[in-house]
Design a protein around this ligand. Structure first.
Ligand code: NAP
Length: 243
């Protein structure tokens, strides 16, 4: 796909990997819709870091756990920025939920944000993409789906569902739209990540180091520029999934 001046919606683009992806797409000449939930300051920072006229990009707030909000987000985006050519389903939550203390609320939270939101976002953008004959969707999944971490089962299971959804959506939206997933290993550990956990993820990989946001943005660029890859899940994990 020629990315120049096309509109990309990046969810969770006010912080960390979402911000890095949004910045990279801006550098590639795309018009970026920077979605955020609570990180208004971060979303503004993303825009400022783009160092371009504010009118070229858009910041938009939404709680993606609410399906009607998702529909409004897509409507507003397309009214203000034009048709969405690229959707990056990046927003997600991640925190431990040990088996015997996980609540129904925890479970519903992970599934609403990590799995239901990408489905309904894709539903909202997919029809237009198909009609226009082009579109790319990337879902951020996780290295843990095949060997789920015992203290993170709702998170891992929601991401496993997103792997299945990625393949199903690739089929449902073919041949016009390509849908792929990126399965990061440890790239940016959460701020509260214990050093011991970090050491074990480094030791449990082939390349003996964690990744960087650059590793992810290069993969995003590859998937957006390639027109013959769909329904695939690309591990970007330093070989952790095959260790
Ligand atoms: N970082 C890694 O090493 C790693 C490893 C494996 C997989 N991944 C996957 O890669 C993606 C990005 O990772 P990350 O570590 O950069 O994520 P992160 O720092 O945890 O950021 C999560 C994003 O999700 C957004 N979000 C949270 N709740 C939301 C809600 N209810 N509605 C809308 N947005 C909401 C947040 O928005 P606000 O900040 O605006 O509230 C934030 O931008 C995620 O899908 C993650 O699962 C990351």
């Amino acid at each position: 796909m020629d990315l120049q001046d096309k509109v990309a919606l990046v969810t969770g683009a006010g912080v960390r990997l979402g911000q890095a992806i949004a910045l990279h797409l801006g550098q590639l000449g795309m018009r970026v819709v920077i979605h955020y939930h609570h990180s208004e300051k971060g979303a503004k920072e993303t825009l400022n870091l783009m160092q371009e006229s504010e009118s070229r990009h858009l910041i938009i707030q939404a709680d993606l756990k609410d399906v009607s909000t998702i529909q409004n987000l897509v409507l507003t985006t397309e009214e203000q920025a034009g048709p969405i050519a690229v959707l990056i389903n990046n927003a997600a939550d991640f925190f431990p939920t040990p088996l015997f203390s996980t609540t129904e609320k925890d479970w519903d939270h992970f599934f609403a944000l990590n799995l239901k939101a990408p489905f309904f976002l894709t539903q909202a953008v997919g029809e237009g993409m198909k009609k226009r004959g082009t579109g790319k969707i990337i879902n951020m999944v996780d290295v843990s789906v095949d060997r789920p971490w015992v203290s993170f089962l709702p998170y891992c299971t929601s991401k496993a569902g997103l792997v299945s959804l990625t393949k199903g959506l690739a089929r449902a939206l073919s041949p016009e739209v390509q849908v792929n997933g990126i399965a990061p290993g440890t790239i940016l550990p959460p701020p509260d990540h214990a050093e011991m956990d970090l050491n074990s993820s480094v030791e449990g990989s082939l390349l003996k180091r964690i990744g960087s946001a650059e590793d992810i943005v290069q993969t995003v660029e590859y998937l957006l520029k390639s027109d013959f890859v769909t329904g695939s899940i690309l591990p970007v994990d330093g070989g952790r999934s095959v260790y």
